[in-house]
Design a binder for this molecule. Structure first.
Ligand code: ADP
Ligand code: MG
Length: 252
């Protein structure tokens, strides 16, 4: 049965999408069957694996709002073993459209249920907010992976995220765990990064992954080529560290 992992942090630009795409691709290259689920209306995970949003017939919006079967929205990607349920800009309306619907917080969980036996990992890339889409992801998941950018305000806003996780655990999904906290975009030339690592470790202790993602220009170039880093530049430092992360996730 698949382990369902939500990649969440309501801050934008902390490395959620980069992590969802590249962790997913690396797990697939280790022989795991992986389904990416893009629930960010920006659809960066979708384009990040090379899917042209203009060609998408059914997206996650149809699954959540129109009750289309998840399996009808799944597409293969260029990476063997890596599939995706894409998102298009249509999803931007879902946050509002979900409000008056029945079982609005559990729609994603219900939709993904039949997919659990077909994959080893289902990775959900969340939008930069704590609205109904993120709540759907947390409700559908076994665990949440929190990327934290190694910068000055790294811990700001985390208490809201942890509070949302606690509320979901209490009311919607008692088995939700913290999968791990991932430090991203470390600039090894500054002391600030080291300070952030210490602060985050003090707070989250053994939940912090040993793997720390450095700033790597190849990681930021790969999305514009529609490729995960292991396809775009398999010898880069970025590819190495996301492979390390995939192995660490498998070993937990
Ligand atoms: P989020 O999904 O949290 O908004 P992204 O994964 O889209 O964050 O990352 C924000 C920006 O930073 C993107 O342009 C991405 O390519 C870039 N980026 C992410 N991780 C790295 C990294 N380790 N090194 C360099 N650039 C990165
Ligand atoms: Mg994103």
């Amino acid at each position: 049965m698949a382990r369902i992992i939500a990649v969440a942090n309501q801050k934008g630009g902390v490395g959620k999408t980069t992590t969802a795409v590249n962790l997913g691709a690396c797990l697939a290259s280790l022989g795991k069957r992986v389904l990416l689920v893009d629930i960010d209306p920006q659809g960066n995970t979708t384009s990040g694996v090379g899917i042209n949003k203009a060609d998408v017939n059914s997206c996650i919006y149809d699954v959540l709002i129109n009750e289309v079967d998840a399996k009808e929205a799944i597409q293969a990607t260029q990476i063997d073993g890596l599939h995706i349920i894409p998102a298009t800009i249509q999803l931007a309306g879902a946050e509002i459209e979900l409000v008056p619907t029945i079982s609005r917080e559990v729609r994603l969980r219900k939709a993904l249920q039949p997919m659990k036996s077909k994959y080893d990992y289902i990775i959900i890339d969340c939008p930069p907010s704590l609205g109904l889409l993120t709540v759907n992801a947390l409700t559908a998941s076994d665990s949440v992976l929190i990327p934290i950018q190694c910068e000055y305000y790294a811990l700001e806003g985390l208490s809201q995220l942890l509070n949302t996780i606690r509320l979901v655990q209490k009311h919607l999904n008692t088995k939700l765990e913290i999968e791990g906290v991932l430090l991203t975009m470390l600039d090894a030339r500054t002391n600030l990064g080291i300070q952030v690592i210490e602060d985050v470790k003090k707070y989250f202790r053994e939940k912090v992954y040993h793997t720390i993602i450095p700033r790597n220009v190849r990681l930021s170039e790969a999305p514009s080529h529609g490729q995960p880093i292991i396809a775009y530049d398999p010898k880069s430092r970025g590819a190495e560290v996301y492979m390390d992360l995939a192995k660490e996730v498998c070993s937990l």
